[in-house]
Design a protein around this ligand. Structure first.
Ligand code: 1PX
Length: 212
């Protein structure tokens, strides 16, 4: 599934599948959503390679956990957090012997999901001459940038400058005419926001929003 996503809608729909009835977040769909997003990122050009590489790396770490011998503990974000905390598999205050815990890895993608939410919301409400590079860097500064060192912020800022304009961007999304893109985003965003909020609250309850 999602090996050949033709439209961004398909990818964003994956986030709809993330929430279980009792509001747990399925890792399988979360990871599938990110895989799909990375494909779109790759379409935007090789300047984004360093970003996509990091995302792919994080996805791989999570998949390794999910397919590992304790895979049954890695079904939802909630079960993963409980399992890793109960078994002391997370570095809580400083980097130590668990640099690839599921919890710290997912936290990085979770923060990036906030960027995505802010960015897509700006795209949705922008007008024809809106600048994607500005929308992107504003969203980044409000979210991910706060967790990145200077060098990464600098590199990200440079990459944003070469983002295609709004029309080309909408085309890459492959959803249809701009009105359709806007409508699709309007439907998808509340779901992304739900997934973000639920994960955020769960991490907050467990004091895990600053995992090293
Ligand atoms: C058609 C529209 C689709 C757009 C799809 C966009 C998908 C974007 C995927 C971004 C994933 C970024 C994950 C970043 C995770 C992270 O914060 N990693 C850092 C910390 O990890 P560590 O293991 O060291 O604690 C790591 O240092 C990151 C390095 C790479 C740079 C990250 C810059 C992130 C910029 C996010 C904005 C993406 C711009 C896409 C343009 C549309």
């Amino acid at each position: 599934m999602l090996d050949f996503p033709s439209t961004l809608k398909e990818v964003l729909d994956t986030f709809k599948l993330c929430l279980s009835e009792n509001k747990e977040v399925y890792l399988e769909h979360y990871v599938a959503g990110w895989r799909g997003l990375v494909k779109f990122l790759n379409c935007l050009g090789s300047v984004f390679g360093f970003i996509s590489k990091d995302a792919v790396n994080k996805i791989k770490i999570l998949v390794t956990h999910m397919e590992g011998e304790n895979g049954s503990q890695y079904v939802t974000v909630q079960s993963m957090v409980k399992y890793e905390l109960d078994n002391e598999l997370v570095d809580l205050t400083k980097r130590g012997i668990h640099p690839e815990s599921g919890c710290r890895t997912l936290l990085r993608l979770h923060r990036a999901l906030r960027w995505l939410e802010l960015f897509l919301e700006r795209l949705r409400t922008s007008n024809e001459d809106g600048k994607t590079s500005v929308m992107c860097s504003e969203s980044y500064n409000e979210s991910l940038a706060q967790h990145h060192p200077w060098m990464v912020r600098k590199a990200a800022g440079m990459a944003f400058c070469v983002l295609p304009g709004r029309p080309a961007f909408f085309e890459v999304m492959n959803v249809g005419p701009p009105e359709q893109v806007v409508a699709m985003l309007g439907e998808a965003l509340p779901l992304i926001s739900d997934v973000y909020q639920i994960t955020e609250e769960f991490y907050a309850q467990h004091n895990m929003l600053d995992l090293p």
